[in-house]
Design a protein around this ligand. Structure first.
Ligand SMILES: [Mn+2]
Length: 435
């Protein structure tokens, strides 16, 4: 599709047909029980110095495929509406052509109607008639008897501005106190957890590009190289592979830094004899990869490092064999913990290793690197989770994590990153350029 036809930002929405998003809205509408659901997309509030392109809210993108800032979607049992800011040709000279309210947009994006967020007027029968704003229309819907407003409330970080949803609901309540507010998150998250075939192929692609990042990192790691340089090598491989960007900030942690779970400063130097944890994810069509490998900086594991590495790998394998419908992340963590506790290996105090597995086994993965879903949800075909056992021995400056992405299938799982080596010998070979 030509650049000028996209009118919405980048290409991600083009990867699935408007009909796919429409079907998702239809499914959600059935859960509304006669109410009105409203979801606000993200505004474009990038400040000076921020990098990257506009990123739509994940739930909003899931339902609409629309990447324009400041859009609103309304779902009712028998209709859906997209509200967009009116087009502004002066602004578009700076930001490029955008979709605006109107029938051609509705047709292209698969909506019944696309209306303007602002109040306007039309000439009908030679008379000027007012067209209400989005808020005016919403007010009307919420004045119906027994009206219900379904929406998602983003968590409010202390000190942050009250999000749009809170502000608007408060304002509506002042004028129309009678409607009931219900949380749309459960129904929406439930839909997002089970990936359809189109989503599964986007996630396969995100995993494949993330693998390219690892292969590039493996070849660049050597004594004296900066963690930041590896970070750059990974980003280059992602963009070369077709990713639109990062699923989350790249983690390159060597030596003691490898024992810090979300270390993302990447300002240290990889030194001879250390291990370096590389936890990276490419984003493709809004879907996230998330893969971790642990490399010996000089290209070969020491005896102690290899023993510990193989133990983490054993936990990783046992978990992989167990991923199938019905099990929970909690069950899977117990398997990995059992491997660490059952090992004859000890820490520097002569104690068992289970206590050094300090995080969960993994998380749901999708439009967000940490997709909705918790440790006690039984797996279903179509769910995607990470499998990332790890051991962190701070006083030995050893951190080890091995992470793959798994799509749950009817009788087990598909390892989306199975092509990326995990065995210690294969990791060494990958670093030395022979695979
Ligand atoms: Mn992860």
């Amino acid at each position: 599709m030509a650049q000028s036809d996209m009118r919405g930002g980048n290409y991600a929405a083009e990867l699935q047909a408007p009909e796919v998003y429409r079907q998702r809205r239809l499914l959600l509408r059935k859960a509304l029980d006669g109410g009105t659901a409203v979801l606000w997309g993200n505004g474009d509030d990038r400040g000076a110095g921020d990098v990257g392109t506009f990123r739509q809210d994940s739930a909003f993108f899931y339902l609409t495929g629309v990447e324009l800032p400041n859009a609103v979607v309304v779902l009712r049992c028998d209709e859906d509406f997209l509200f967009l800011p009116p087009r502004d040709t002066d602004v578009e000279r700076w930001t490029g052509p955008k979709w605006g309210p109107g029938d051609d947009t509705a047709k292209a994006l698969g909506f019944d109607e696309v209306r303007s967020l602002s109040a306007s007027s039309i000439v009908l029968d030679a008379r000027i008639r007012p067209v209400p704003s989005f808020e005016g229309r919403l007010q009307t819907w919420l004045s119906e008897p027994a009206a219900v407003l379904w929406t998602e409330f983003p968590s409010v970080a202390s000190g942050a501005n009250l999000p749009t949803t809170h502000r608007l609901v408060t304002r509506l309540k002042e004028r129309t106190p009678s409607f009931e507010v219900r949380d749309l998150s459960d129904a929406l998250n439930r839909l997002r957890q089970v990936k359809d075939d189109g989503e599964a192929s986007l996630m396969r692609r995100a995993a494949q590009i993330t693998i390219l990042g690892h292969r590039a990192a493996a070849k660049a790691i050597q004594p004296g190289v900066g963690e930041g340089e590896i970070d750059g090598v990974v980003y280059n491989a992602f963009r070369k592979g077709g990713a639109e960007g990062l699923a989350f900030p790249t983690i390159v942690g060597s030596g003691f830094n490898a024992t810090t779970l979300h270390y993302d400063q990447n300002v240290g130097i990889c030194s001879d004899g250390e291990l370096v944890v590389v936890d990276i994810g490419a984003r493709y069509g809004y879907y996230c990869g998330d893969l971790t490998r642990t490399y010996p900086v000089n290209g070969s594991f020491t005896e102690r490092q290899k023993l510990l590495y193989n133990l983490v790998l054993e936990a990783h394998h046992k978990v992989e064999e167990a991923i199938k419908p019905g099990v929970t992340l909690f069950d899977l963590r117990k398997i990995a913990y059992g491997v660490f506790e059952g090992s004859s290996l000890r820490d520097s105090h002569g104690e068992r290793l289970g206590q050094h597995f300090i995080h969960g086994l993994g998380h749901f993965l999708g439009l967000d690197a940490h997709d909705p879903g918790g440790d006690s949800i039984p797996m279903e075909p179509g769910m995607v989770i990470t499998n990332e056992p790890g051991l962190y021995l701070q006083d030995e400056a050893i951190g080890i994590r091995i992470e793959d992405d798994h799509l749950v299938t009817a009788d087990g799982n598909e390892n989306l990153s199975g092509m990326l080596p995990t065995r210690a010998g294969d990791i060494e070979e990958m670093m030395n350029g022979s695979r």
